[in-house]
Ligand binder design. Structure first.
Ligand code: SF4
Length: 211
């Protein structure tokens, strides 16, 4: 019951956010579960497409990486198995479809992302004709100040732990605004609108996904 009550309130929040995102030219799909989100993406990618992905725990949790590897009709640019990562990132810029999550989404309907290499935010901004951003309700924040706070307190440190980086946040448990050569925080990108209507399609999921 507790979970149902939380889900009911979060649903209302996501419905308000969906309107703001649509107002900012993003296409939006609202789903309740990660299974629905995965099914939506699987149905949305046309046969014959090439697909690139940004580094994302959410995509893993949805099972989409494994699914992409098993589709004979899709050319998956598999950044995880390709020997030449730089080539994988470059090819992904020319993919038909790009899949990623977002570090945060504000209730104003802005996407907020922090990148190390910049390949993910580059593809988000320009390149693939269709970008799907899949985000759990835990990624939703009030405003850009809270988005920055979320990255400093959660996404930044936890991703550093995940990637086994020796940066100050893994010892402190929060961002220290480091200037280390190994930092994963080089590019800070706010996507205020989808320049081409619907090119960026946000899939909001009423469950917690990724970090
Ligand atoms: S700026 Fe440095 S300390 Fe802060 S989250 Fe990024 S890697 Fe960690």
């Amino acid at each position: 019951m507790v979970q149902e009550n939380i889900a009911a309130v979060n649903r209302l929040k996501l419905q308000r956010l969906a309107k703001k995102l649509e107002n900012n030219n993003f296409a939006v799909t609202l789903v309740e579960t990660k299974e629905e989100a995965a099914a939506f993406i699987q149905g949305a990618i046309p046969e014959g497409s090439s697909v690139g992905v940004g580094g994302s725990v959410t995509l893993d949790e949805l099972g989409l990486i494994d699914w992409l590897r098993q589709q004979p009709g899709i050319r998956f640019i598999d950044r995880y198995t390709m020997e030449d990562k730089k080539q994988a990132f470059r090819e992904s810029m020319f993919a038909d479809v790009y899949l990623m999550s977002s570090n945060a989404i504000t209730m104003d309907g802005y996407l907020y992302n922090v990148d190390g290499n910049g390949n993910r935010v580059a593809a988000l901004i320009y390149g693939p004709d269709q970008v799907y951003v899949i985000a759990g309700v835990n990624k939703v924040v009030r405003d850009l100040e809270d988005a920055k706070h979320r990255v400093e307190q959660i996404a930044g440190p936890v991703n550093n732990v995940r990637l086994n980086k020796d940066n100050p946040c893994v010892k402190l448990g929060e961002c220290a605004h480091c200037n280390h050569a190994t930092t994963i925080c080089n590019q800070y990108v706010i996507s205020r609108r989808s320049g081409t209507k619907g090119r960026i399609h946000v899939v909001l999921v009423n469950e917690e996904l990724g970090y």
